[in-house]
Ligand binder design. Structure first.
Ligand SMILES: Cc1cc2nc3c(=O)[nH]c(=O)nc-3n(C[C@H](O)[C@H](O)[C@H](O)COP(=O)(O)OP(=O)(O)OC[C@H]3O[C@@H](n4cnc5c(N)ncnc54)[C@H](O)[C@@H]3O)c2cc1C
Length: 421
């Protein structure tokens, strides 16, 4: 245990729901926690969702509670726009070097937005998967924490060429001369909570992602459905903004497939059923087709499947999709599969296709770790206890938020044990 007071010192890498939960649980038990998050905001992938299954409430509810616990706990230190360069040492005596990229906006920011009014540069909004733009100085999203603007260094023209935001800011909150910093910290335990990214579906043969504009993935579908998304929550065809008469969801797109991701991501069936409800709400008459290999809705989630299925305009077709083609004149798509229950070949024409593409792990990023960190064959952290490192949530395996929360709480306890040894 280090000599800084409290129940030891813990480093959490990744400020998504898993990292935040682990940090809060450990800090509320008395540990000092540093959370290192590479993005400019906390919340990870959950912050980009429209609604959560199974409750169908907006993620801002749960996140807001966590942010309040973070803000009011003096034992938690948050470092955004930061990564961990290296970790040396072992349990009870780790040394981590943290790279802190400049945000260019300090804590005097009131989020008044005067800066964005004068910024001449537009950049793709990564939260909206590039379907909208922000200025080079921007707030990641309305509820973002830290509640402060940030400057995208890659697109900002800089003080010499522009500097308009500095002049426009009434509070002196913008400092374009901010430089990167390094900081060394000593901790007893390290928790990896680096989560997941969607796979690059352009590699998935025959599914048309990246070629046909009306084939999207399930992450984009969350943004198309969200009120703060690129279409203000209106689900429409990306190619022409047309309202939907029909839609197909392609399950296991690239998953459980020897050629791509061999594993099941565990949440895609539920994500699709949730997204089918988004469509149903906006388009009561639309035909919804779900192509699946197996529908996996374990435990009480079965109720969600049963309730979603109760709609005559929703058809569940058991068959792996072999090919998707596009009519370039109408933008319509034809989804081809074999219905394994009837033995018939299906060629279903639809307005839009959502690929349920699963999750790939972010692993340990570019961090140099003395002695390395165990990863499984897919890149998930597969840490055995004696090594001293811990992993929480989707860094370890693909799963839903409730499981991440339970897992992160358990991992916080293990970190406290390591701190006490
Ligand atoms: C389409 C889709 C819909 C879903 N819908 C639901 C739903 O409705 N309900 C539900 O329960 N679950 C849902 N899920 C699952 C849910 O997204 C995950 O359970 C959740 O995101 C896991 O949280 P996490 O903190 O483990 O990972 P993440 O949310 O990925 O957070 C990881 C964090 O770590 C940061 N990070 C990564 N690498 C580094 C690094 N090297 N250094 C510093 N920081 C780093 C990231 O920026 C991020 O902030 C859905 C999943 C998909 C694919």
């Amino acid at each position: 245990m280090s000599g800084n007071g409290g129940r030891g010192d813990i480093l959490v890498i990744g400020g998504g729901i898993s990292g935040l939960t682990a940090a809060i649980e450990a800090a509320e038990t008395g540990a000092n926690v540093t959370v290192v998050e590479k993005e400019a905001f906390l919340g990870g992938r959950v912050a980009r969702m429209n609604l959560y299954f199974p409750k169908m409430c907006p993620p801002s509810c749960g996140l807001e509670i966590n942010m309040r616990r973070v803000k009011t706990n003096p034992r938690i230190r948050i470092l955004t726009t930061s990564t961990v360069e290296s970790i040396t040492g072992g349990p009870g005596h780790y040394k981590a070097i943290i790279d802190k990229a400049p945000r260019f906006v300090n804590s005097k920011c009131t989020m008044c937005g005067e800066c964005t009014g004068v910024c001449p540069v537009d950049r793709p909004d990564d939260i909206n998967v590039g379907l909208s733009t922000t200025k080079a100085i921007y707030l990641p999203y309305e509820m973002a924490y830290p509640s402060r603007f940030v400057i995208d260094e890659a697109t900002c023209l800089g003080e010499d060429e522009c500097g308009k935001c500095v002049e426009a800011c009434p509070y002196g909150a913008i400092d374009l001369a901010m430089a990167p910093e390094k900081e060394e910290i000593e901790v007893d335990a390290v928790i990896w909570a680096t989560g997941w990214d969607p796979p690059d579906a352009t590699h998935f043969e025959g599914l048309g992602f990246g070629t046909f504009p009306n084939v999207i993935n399930n992450v984009t579908m969350e943004r198309l459905s969200a009120l703060n998304g690129p279409t203000g929550g209106k689900i429409q065809r990306p190619s022409d903004g047309k309202a939907l008469e029909s839609i197909a969801f392609v399950q296991c797109a690239g998953s459980r497939d020897e050629n791509y991701l061999k594993y099941c991501s565990g949440v895609c069936c539920m994500a699709t059923l949730k997204q089918a409800r988004y469509v149903r709400e906006q388009y009561p008459e639309a035909q919804i087709h779900v192509f699946y290999i197996d529908l996996r809705t374990p435990g009480r989630l079965e109720d969600f499947l049963v309730a979603t299925e109760e709609n005559e305009r929703l058809s569940l077709i058991k068959g792996k999709v072999a090919n998707i083609t596009e009519d370039s004149t109408t933008g319509k798509l034809t989804v081809e599969a074999e219905d394994t229950l009837s033995g018939r070949k299906v060629a279903q024409e639809v307005d839009m296709v959502v690929l349920a593409t699963g999750m790939v792990p972010n692993g340990i990023g570019n961090t140099q770790v003395e002695g390395g960190v165990e990863l499984d064959e897919h890149g998930f952290l597969a840490i055995s206890q004696p090594q001293g490192y811990l992993a929480a949530g989707c860094a370890k395996r693909p799963t839903d938020v409730a499981t991440c929360n339970r897992d992160a709480t358990g991992v916080a306890l293990k970190a406290l044990h390591l701190s006490a040894e």
